[in-house]
Design a protein around this ligand. Structure first.
Ligand SMILES: [Zn+2]
Ligand SMILES: [Zn+2]
Ligand SMILES: [Zn+2]
Length: 124
């Protein structure tokens, strides 16, 4: 499905891009370094370009969770609970954003992100 999206946007599913996608599929919210370890055959610049391209067409989401950029596959809409002590990230899928609240704002919403900070059960 992700590959067809890549082709649909007019890009080739090169071995490097597929390696990056495979690395991303292994775990959500990885840093560039973690992705690099998972596809050592792809150069860092190529990984960076692939991530750029994949975020541009909406296949990958780039997150700022406070400790540098992290990347995840953007397959389902969800939000993040971030522990300020251990840096752990949990996902929740119940979206609390009610777009009716934005009706008066004369703003066309294309996407949104929401991160909740606090302490996980192990860090309290
Ligand atoms: Zn924690
Ligand atoms: Zn996530
Ligand atoms: Zn949402």
């Amino acid at each position: 499905m992700t590959v067809s999206k890549l082709r649909g946007a007019g890009y080739k599913a090169t071995p490097q891009r597929l390696a990056v996608l495979r690395a991303l599929a292994a775990e959500q919210h990885q840093s560039l370094e973690e992705i690099r370890i998972r596809c050592p055959e792809v150069g860092l610049v190529t990984i960076y370009r692939a991530l750029d391209l994949l975020s541009g067409i909406g296949v990958v989401r780039r997150l700022d969770l406070g400790d540098g950029p992290r990347y995840e596959l953007a397959e389902n809409h969800h939000h993040h609970l971030i522990c300020e002590s251990c840096g752990g990230v949990a996902e929740f899928e119940k979206c609390p954003i009610d777009s009716r609240l934005l009706q008066d704002m004369d703003f066309e919403v294309t996407s949104h992100s929401l991160e909740i900070y606090g302490h996980c059960s192990e860090c309290r």
